[in-house]
Structure formats: C-alpha cells, structure tokens
Design a protein around this ligand. Structure first.
Ligand SMILES: Cc1ncc(COP(=O)(O)O)c(C=O)c1O
Length: 375
C-alpha cells in the first residue's frame, strides 16, 4: 500500500521554499559570523536576516530571539536559565501535567536541585483552569510554563489568561509553542508571554534548529557557557545554514490561511469516522480549542498500535504503549482521565501542508476495511 504521512506533529518535511533558501548556504557564507573580516559579513547578514524573520513571526525585536538546536533546548534554556538566574528570589515553578517531556524532564531535574514544581491538572479535554494557576502561585514562584498547544491531542491552553495572572503577580511566563507555530497565531505581545519556544522541524524547517524568544530585560543563565554568542545567552558559533532555514520557515508560517484547508480536511476525516463507527470512536482533546491539524481519536476496545499496524503504510502515532502484557496510557491521556479501555485505542493523526483529500479518503477506506467485521 502507498505511504501516507499523517504525523506532522512528530515532524514535518522541509518546505521546498525553505530548502531553496538554505541551499546556497551549504557552500557559501562559510565564515564565522563573529569574525571581523570579509568572510564573516555574508554569514552574519544571513544570521541576522533569519533572526528578523523569526522576530517578525513572533512580533518581537530581533535581539529577543536566541537560536537554539530545537524545541527541547529552547525549553531547557527557559526553565533552567530562569531557575539558575533567579533561585535566590524563589525556587517554585508552576507547569502542567500535560507538557511535553522536554518540559517535564527538566522540571524533574530541577526538583533534584531543590526546585519545587506544581503540576496543574487538566480537565477531560486537556485544558487547565486559570483559577488553578492563580491558586498555585506563591511568593516563591519564579516561573510559570504552560504549553501553547498539546502535541498529542492538540488542545490549546488559555495562555493569554494565564500569562496575565503571572504578570499580575510579577512572575515570568514561558510557553512551549513548538506545536502552535504556523498553525495558530503566536505573537508574543498578544499572548503576553516573556519566553516562548520554537521548534524548527515542527514548522517545515530542518531538524536541529529552534529558537527561544526572551523578552528584553529577562536575564537568563545560559545552558552552554562559552563565548558571547546570541547576546551571551547561548554559546556556540551560529549556523547561517540552519538559521536561514528557520527564518524562511517562520516567514512562511506568518500566513496561516492554509490551515483552513487543513482544518476542513481534518473535520471531514472526523465526520467520516463518526458516520462509519458511531460510538466506537471517541475524540480525544477539546472539540474546538484544538490545533486545526490534529485528530486524536480512540478506537474503543482496540489497541492503537494494532490499528496503526493494520493501516499498513500510514504514518501516525499512538497514545498508548505496550509494556510486557500491560497497556500503558500516555501521561497526557492519563492526566485527562481517559478510561483505559478508551485510551488504549488512541491514534493521533496530524495533518499538514501536503495532506490531500485523496489521502484522507484512502485512510478512511483502510480503516473501514480494518474495523468493519466482514459479513
Ligand atoms: C510540544 C513540544 N515541545 C517540545 C518538543 C521538542 O522539540 P525538538 O524535537 O525540536 O527538540 C516537541 C517535539 O515533539 C513538542 O511537541
């Protein structure tokens, strides 16, 4: 069977326009952007042009953009950078139970170093309640980190309301926007955030590049100490090649009108599943406050991995893992209180720029073959 890619939340292909923008930098602009001679100029120019493109997407100043190796590093820099920079003021961090491991694991690490972390609960749709955040903040709170949109179920968090609460209490606010960039608006002033993480490969840039937005005046201890690259916030000679890729991807991501088509396809997919399978399918995530490309659906009574295996050639993800003879739900589905018999059948389909109506119809037909008992 032909290959169908419905795992854009895991990673995206490099957009052809991004590849075209990067290609010259494989060979040209090889100088070190920090050098003082002729060979530095094109590399420095490429780096700063890219920084401007990222800044234009986020609605911030170019010097508020720090290039990183990806979303994980951006998240680590935000959490550890604030903790190491502010731990004299307090050691309490507030986050949620549904964050990506690139937030949860650094939080656990910081707990080993004396941080106290509050993990906010979510409701059955995966959303936190801003009142829970209000109640969680104490005089020792130095940082709130709440993801913009969830990678597994696509639920969008009330970031604006939460960032307002943090600001009222004088607490820094970070959001992991790895999944939201290019899908929904991510302008930092509209969201009211102080720190925001971008992951290149979720937004049609290559793997190995990302960015952290750092509001002017927010001091961070770097993760990587060295020379004064990136305004002293991240040592290491910058890559004109990778930053150009991220910059072009961010330029493309400013136009999210293409998401209307993706959302329509996603909704067509869900409508067809409901029509064919009725109560045998359950939507995981918020019915409306959800990324336009994400459809996390449980095939009740089935095992997600089995469904995927039967869909030969369809790339998508499951929400449960098989350990020995036990099915373990993902921490996100567990935090949402999804019953095991529903959660174990979870499959995440995530659509993207290249997804076609034929592909969706083909997957629906394959699912019907697989799940409809033959007469
Ligand atoms: C919400 C979220 N944050 C962070 C990351 C990590 O990003 P990267 O793979 O660029 O390190 C991911 C990737 O899966 C993600 O989905």
């Amino acid at each position: 069977m032909g290959h169908i890619y419905l795992d854009y939340n895991a990673s995206t292909p490099i957009d052809p326009a991004v590849a075209a923008a990067m290609r010259p930098y494989l060979e040209a602009a090889y100088g070190n952007p920090s050098s003082g001679h002729w060979a530095a100029s094109p590399a420095k120019a490429a780096l700063e042009a890219a920084r401007g493109q990222v800044a234009a997407l986020l609605g911030c100043a170019p010097d508020e953009v720090v290039f990183t190796s990806g979303g994980s590093e951006a998240n680590n820099l935000a959490l550890k950078g604030v903790f190491f920079g502010r731990r004299e003021q307090g050691q309490h961090i507030v986050t949620t139970r549904v964050e990506h491991p690139a937030i949860l694991a650094p939080c656990r690490f910081l707990e080993c170093l004396g941080a106290r972390v509050t993990y906010l609960p979510v409701d059955g749709t995966g959303r936190i309640d801003p009142d829970d955040l209000r109640a969680a903040i104490t005089p020792a709170t130095i940082l709130v980190s709440i993801m913009h949109a969830n990678n597994e179920v696509g639920t969008i968090q009330p970031v604006k309301a939460c960032a307002r609460i943090a600001r009222e209490r004088g607490v820094l606010f970070h959001t992991d926007a790895a999944q939201s960039v290019g899908k929904i608006p991510t302008r930092v002033d509209e969201l009211g955030v102080d720190l925001l993480s971008v992951a290149g490969h979720k937004a049609y840039a290559p793997k190995g590049v990302g960015a952290l937005y750092v509001r002017r005046g927010v001091a961070l201890e770097p993760l990587i100490h060295g020379a004064g690259h990136e305004g002293g916030r991240r040592a290491g000679t910058e890559s004109a090649l990778l930053s150009t890729g991220l910059g072009k991807a961010c330029e493309l991501a400013r136009d999210i009108s293409g998401m209307e088509r993706v959302k329509a396809l996603r909704d067509r997919f869900w409508a067809a599943l409901l029509e064919r399978f009725g109560k045998r399918v359950v939507l995981n995530g918020h019915p409306e406050m959800r990324l336009p490309n994400t459809l996390n659906v449980s095939f009740v009574g089935r095992i997600g991995a089995d469904v995927l295996a039967g869909l030969d050639g369809v790339a998508a993800s499951t929400g449960s893992a098989c350990h020995a003879d036990r099915i373990e739900l993902s921490p996100v589905l567990e935090a949402m209180g999804i019953p095991p018999e529903v959660g174990m059948g979870a499959v995440r389909f995530s659509l993207g720029r290249a997804t076609t109506v034929q592909e969706i119809d083909d997957v629906i037909a394959r699912l019907a073959n697989l799940l409809t008992p033959s007469a």
